[in-house]
Design a protein around this ligand. Structure first.
Ligand code: GAL
Length: 745
């Protein structure tokens, strides 16, 4: 039976690859000890040159191959190595791969020294001069290098399951019918079919995730390398953004009554349809509300383990209240996608690339990337759309005819899209996906479908808006941060008001490091509604207040008039999902604002402008304090107090405190905010914060940072030893905060 062994530990690394590294005689004492996920270069937070991570680096690992693997298939898989890799085993080249964002596998059975040691060497080229996507021109994001995702070996029988594509089907009319189709690819079919006396079978089972017992679906005799299975005799609960019910389908291969292999695929039953008049999920018209996500983090770029990848999905769904994400501009970690499946977060995923289309060999690689993306990701039920164009490239009918054909050929359950920035361009895809940057604060929030798409009978989706139209830092002046938030509200509202637009993805989830041609000169694009550590800017509240689950109440101002020109209040907004908000000034009731007071009439929870402060600021008198109470179903669900600050303290959260080493090291994301005694972020507290760490772990990044806009963070990494980690966080006048973590190996 299939066994998986992770190879994330015990690697040696050098920033300079040498051919001699492939041989056992090479002296590796000068190489660094590293664990995967690994970045070829740790980087500063900002102000660094993208040349720093461009290199041809070398990785080496010794591998013991037990005697009992002999005669089986041993498959080595790299989930992600950026950007070109060559793999050698015991001095012999095994394979090469030319994409930093897709996985690759190679059968190493014939080259292994069973019962002894084996030397694995990987040459990883992270230079941006490579003639593969996304390279060739400028790119608005950094393309960090290294073996930055998991590496593992699978040991399989000669007769085994090569691939199982589960296609959960749903028909909705008066009743809801569910059935399941699968495409099962079998390895070793020749020997199975030639030895006709053998009796080979595929069996399938299903269970709801979390249940202990599988239910038998059915079986089919094996006659060819690819078998189609179809079983309809069961009723599944639907997967939806509200209740993402998952199922596990177990496929088994039997020969002469003996099980050879089994593979479990997690799936869900949902009907996702892009129609000319919008998007429908399980028959219900539904507005997609998402953000674009880059898979990058401070210091280590792409190299973060499972828990941190998953955290981003949680933040998008639970903190920002979104129902969708676009994995701009490349396929992202399966850990992130698994969490999207679990949370009910819809995903638009796409091939790597940015505006530029290269020569024929470059295009051939892009076609390969479509194939790999679809084959590797098609079992994720959260994915509703394949992006098969290079982001914002021009038309190229021949090329895009091929990318569409490949995607459709490998997956008949999902439509294709392809992000462009041009109107009425050649539409070979099923959905016209367009970056609509028309809104500049004054102009309308979005264009009409008929102004953009050449074919009104096909669906239309907005894949980006805002971003570079209004870069905003967490420490910008209040007026600017408010304008940023309001621009997001303007576009969301305009999209909500256009029934034939399927939805929209804002640019973008979090600030990100970028190339010299973009950003603010410090190699950062401040386009996020979150900062790089995933702390919220004001615009985050616009998104968070669109969901119904958790009460949201945020006031756009600190209520300090001196922050505004001419010491005027400026426009102050309430962001809330409550029924109403009561405002008090120095405990005297001023006004109760209702949902209907919002002038963003298409949103269920538009921002509400405060239009009555009862007089001017009370200079010299007792200090002025404001209290806001969010009321839902006649109950106060949230209170916000604003007044002159008296005391600074640090609010510190880790996403988890129990680090577990499963396939590799674990990392906890620690978010830090300087707040006043009422919990309001102190947006101009750009002070140093020092970290002290003790115990069985280390920090990723420096032990001293400056908060930006009163916010910052760090990452705590386990070190392969069980025990405790103590993190102390000091900042000026604020009391020291101690955070304790446990590590379990
Ligand atoms: C788009 C591009 C994104 C990002 C964004 C900034 O044109 O697709 O990658 O650069 O602009 O607003």
């Amino acid at each position: 039976m299939r066994k998986r062994i992770y190879l994330n530990d015990g690697w040696k690394f050098s920033e300079v690859y040498e051919e001699k590294m492939c041989y056992s005689t090479f002296d590796e004492s000068q190489m660094a000890d590293v664990r995967l996920p690994h970045t070829c270069k740790e980087l500063p937070f900002h102000y660094f040159d993208e040349e720093m991570y461009q290199m041809v680096s070398g990785y080496r690992k010794w591998l013991q191959a037990p005697e009992d693997w002999k005669g089986q298939r041993v498959i080595l898989t790299f989930e992600g190595a950026a950007h070109e890799s060559e793999v050698f085993l015991n001095g012999k080249k095994m394979c090469e791969h030319h994409c930093g964002y897709t996985a690759f596998s190679v059968d190493i059975s014939d080259m292994l020294n069973y019962g002894g040691k084996n030397l694995l060497t990987v040459r990883v080229d992270s230079r941006e001069s490579l003639n593969i996507p996304p390279f060739g021109f400028v790119i608005d994001y950094m393309t960090y290098g290294g073996i930055y995702r998991d590496v593992y070996i699978e040991v399989l029988n000669q007769n085994s399951l090569e691939d199982v594509f589960i296609k959960p089907r749903v028909r909705i009319d008066k009743n809801i019918d569910t059935w399941i189709e699968s495409e099962v690819t079998i390895h070793g079919i020749d020997s199975i079919v030639c030895g006709m006396e053998s009796d080979s079978l595929l069996r399938q089972w299903i269970r709801k995730k979390g249940e202990s017992e599988y239910r038998f679906l059915g079986q089919k005799a094996v006659g060819q390398a690819k078998e189609i299975l179809k079983f309809s005799d069961f009723r599944a609960e639907l997967w939806d953004v509200e209740s993402p019910v998952l199922y596990e389908v177990r496929t088994e291969l039997f020969i002469d009554g003996e099980i050879q292999d089994a593979l479990v695929v997690t799936t869900g039953f949902r009907k996702a349809e892009f129609r000319s008049d919008g998007f429908y999920l399980n028959g219900r018209k539904f507005k997609i509300r998402g953000l674009n996500r880059h898979q990058s983090y401070p210091y280590v770029g792409y190299a973060m383990p499972a828990s941190i990848q998953r955290l981003d999905a949680d933040i998008l769904k639970n903190e920002l209240g979104l129902n969708a994400v676009r994995t701009s501009h490349y396929p992202q970690s399966h850990d992130f996608l698994n969490r999207c499946d679990e949370l009910g977060l819809l995903v638009f995923t796409e091939i790597p690339g940015w505006q530029h289309i290269g020569d024929e060999s470059w295009k051939a690689q892009a076609i390969e990337n479509v194939r790999d993306m679809v084959l590797q990701y098609r079992n994720h039920i959260s994915i509703i759309l394949w992006g098969v164009r290079i982001n914002e490239s021009g038309d190229d009918d021949l090329f895009y005819g091929r990318t569409n054909k490949v995607a459709h050929g490998l997956d008949d359950t999902r439509p294709t899209g392809g992000v462009r920035a041009i109107r009425k361009s050649s539409l070979l895809e099923d959905v016209y996906t367009y970056n609509d940057f028309v809104h500049d604060g004054k102009t309308r929030g979005c264009e009409k479908k008929e102004e953009i798409t050449p074919d009104m009978s096909k669906p239309y989706l907005i894949s980006e808006y805002n971003g570079h139209m209004y870069p905003t830092k967490a420490y910008d002046c209040e007026g600017k941060r408010t304008e940023h938030a309001i621009r997001h509200a303007n576009v969301l509202d305009a999209v909500a008001g256009q029934p034939d637009i399927a939805g929209s993805f804002g640019w973008c989830m979090a600030d990100y490091n970028t190339h010299k041609d973009f950003g603010s000169g410090d190699r950062v694009c401040y386009h996020g509604v979150l900062d790089m550590f995933r702390n919220p800017k004001q615009a985050a509240a616009v998104y968070a207040s669109q969901q119904e689950k958790n009460p949201v109440l945020a006031i756009s101002s600190s209520m300090d008039i001196g922050e505004h020109p001419e010491s005027r209040w400026g426009d102050v907004y309430i962001f809330t999902n409550a029924d109403s908000v009561r405002m008090y000034k120095n405990d005297r009731f001023v006004h109760e604002y209702k949902r209907s007071d919002s002038s963003w009439c298409h949103l269920s929870h538009g921002p509400i402008l405060i239009n009555d402060f009862i007089g001017d600021w009370n200079w010299g008198g007792t200090s002025t304090g404001f209290r806001f109470e969010a009321v839902k179903n006649q109950k106060i669900v949230k209170t916000v107090m604003k007044g002159p600050m008296k005391r600074v303290s640090l609010q510190v959260w880790a996403d988890h405190y129990d680090l577990k080493e499963e396939h590799s090291y674990d990392v906890a994301a620690v978010r830090i905010r300087a707040v006043d005694e009422n919990g309001n972020i102190l947006n101009f507290y750009n002070e140093p914060v020092c970290f002290e760490i003790e115990g069985e772990g280390s920090l990723i990044g420096p032990d001293m940072i400056a908060l930006q806009g009163g916010m910052g963070g760090t990452y705590v990494k386990s070190a392969g030893i069980s025990g405790k980690i103590l993190l102390k966080i000091h900042s000026g006048q604020a009391e020291t905060v101690c955070v304790e973590f446990t590590v379990n190996i």
